[in-house]
Write a protein that binds this ligand. Structure first.
Ligand SMILES: N[C@@H](CCC(=O)N[C@@H](CS)C(=O)NCC(=O)O)C(=O)O
Length: 195
C-alpha cells in the first residue's frame, strides 16, 4: 500500500491536492507528521521515515519516493485515469517530465536564491536567474492556458504552487498570474484548504 507522509501547510500540501485531483485520496494511507517550522514550533517526527525527516515522502512497500516532482510523476504514472500526467508513449511525455524536473532542478532553487539576494557567475551558468525563469513560463503561458496546452496537469499544480503560496512576494507577469488563478480555482485546492 502507498503511504504518504504529510504535514499540513507545507510543501506536501501540493501532493495532498494531487491525490484529490486524481480521486485516489482513499487509496493512499496518509500519515500526518510534524516537521520543524520556521517559527520554532514543531519538530522532527520519529514516525516519518524520510531520511531527513522532511515532507512530502511516499512509501510503496519497501520502496520510497522523495522530492515532489518524483512523487507527482510516481502518482500520475500509477493513477493515469484522471489524465493529469503523460504516460510512457504519450506524445507529451517529454514535455511533462521536463516541466516537473525544471521545477525541482531549476525554478525552486532560482526562486530561493533570488529571494535571498544571492548571485554568483556559477549560479547564473547553472540555473540562469529569476527573470529567465519568468521568461520561460511566460513564453508558454502567454500562448496557452496551461503548461502542456489546453488541459491542466500535475506539472501546473507543481509549478504554480509557489506563486499561490508566496503571492506578490514572487513577481510574475500577467499571463503567469492568470495561470496561477486558474490553477487555484479547482475543487481539490478548495477541499484541501478547508481541511
Ligand atoms: N525538495 C524537497 C523539499 C522538501 C522540504 O524541504 N519540505 C519541508 C516542508 S515545506 C520540510 O519537510 N522541512 C522540514 C525540515 O527541513 O526538517 C521537495 O520538494 O519535496
Amino acid at each position: 500500500m502507498l503511504t504518504f507522509y504529510h504535514a499540513p501547510n507545507s510543501r506536501s500540501t501540493s501532493v495532498m491536492q494531487l491525490l484529490h485531483e486524481l480521486g485516489v485520496a482513499d487509496q493512499v494511507k496518509t500519515e500526518i507528521v510534524t516537521i520543524p517550522r520556521q517559527d520554532g514550533s514543531g519538530g522532527r517526527d520519529p514516525k516519518n521515515p524520510h531520511p531527513e525527516g522532511k515532507v512530502p515522502y511516499l512509501t510503496d512497500g519497501d520502496d520510497f519516493v522523495r522530492e515532489r516532482a518524483a512523487i507527482m510523476l510516481y502518482l500520475t504514472d500509477r493513477f493515469p485515469k484522471a489524465g493529469l500526467g503523460r504516460s510512457v508513449g504519450d506524445p507529451q511525455r517529454g514535455r511533462y517530465l521536463s516541466w516537473l524536473t525544471w521545477y525541482q532542478g531549476v525554478f525552486e532553487p532560482v526562486a530561493i536564491l533570488s529571494w535571498t539576494g544571492l548571485s554568483h557567475p556559477a549560479i547564473m551558468a547553472s540555473f540562469r536567474d529569476y527573470d529567465t525563469a519568468m521568461q520561460t513560463l511566460d513564453g508558454v503561458l502567454s500562448k496557452q492556458p496551461y503548461l502542456l496546452g489546453d488541459e491542466f496537469s500535475a506539472a501546473d499544480l507543481l509549478c504554480a504552487g509557489p506563486f499561490a503560496w508566496f503571492g506578490d512576494q514572487l513577481p510574475a507577469t500577467p499571463a503567469i498570474k492568470d495561470w496561477v488563478a486558474r490553477c487555484q480555482d479547482r475543487d481539490a485546492v478548495r477541499l484541501v484548504a478547508e481541511r
